[in-house]
Design a protein around this ligand. Sequence first.
Ligand SMILES: [Zn+2]
Length: 337
Amino acid sequence: MTRFPGDLFDGLTSRAHPVVASIEAGHLAIEGDGIALSIPLGQIDVAPPVGAARGVVRLPGARELHSTNQAALAELAALARRNHPERWARHLESRAVYALAALAISVLVMFAGLRWGIPAAALLASRALPAGVDRSIGEQALALMEKVSLAPSKLPAARRQTLARELALECARQACPPHRLLFRNSPLFGANAMALPGGAIVVTDDLVKLSRDDEEVLAVIAHELGHVTYRHSLRLALQSLGAGAILVAVTGDLGNVSDFAAGLPSLLLRSGYSRDMEREADSYALHWLDARCIPRRRFADILQRLDNGPPDTVNLLSSHPGTTDRIHPFLVPGACA
Ligand SMILES: [Zn+2]
């Protein structure tokens, strides 16, 4: 039992009554001249002394006990808290504004995590993954697409060979990421091109048919080479599968890559890349076209032609969003124009 001296103020007058307080089981007992109180610890509040000032124990009925015994007051404060630990929570809850602010902060933190945290983590994870993993995911995704949505190209062999040769020629002159150019017929994908992890670039017959010349097709392929360079499709797969998948990728224990591969085609087709990724791929294409002296306009022209197509079809624009903003840099003449 802790005993300590203090002054009791009765809340009616300013007169101090010298008393001796003692902390008993669950109670604070206060005794003095004509005074005998026993107050449950749950009903008191302790404001510990600040510096040399006296500490104040607030009691029911506006009464106060003042004391300089710091050790005893600290003990009393701890006991009082334990006897009504919910008081602080109740205090917060009783103020709707705190509750709302807490909710708003939670939503903001969650939003920030989704908007910036997951993409940033996916970027780091994609850098940590060895190139072999990209290829493996890309091959499985391609195999899946070949089964359900891609058919052999019906373009004349000569047209395909010319395009492939022009691309190979250019990639002999300037650095291109490792890639594989594939022409496929796909009513489902419409006029489209997509880059898979590991460098497979699928160009549909409809896209080639929509183009007015080879330079327009090369411009689209240059954009896809940008996606390959920055490993965008892998990042997209990691992002969509969320924090768990990213952790698995970073720790190197990728396990079954088919999880990543299975959802990729529809991700590329339905959700598309983020605008930041599109800007990165566009900027790659811009430099690539300038280096080749292909007018930048070629890219803007084919995108605009797609934009004027039937609105409800899946095409390059649904998988590569934000066209109107994006074509502006391609309307400015490049170094060779
Ligand atoms: Zn794109």
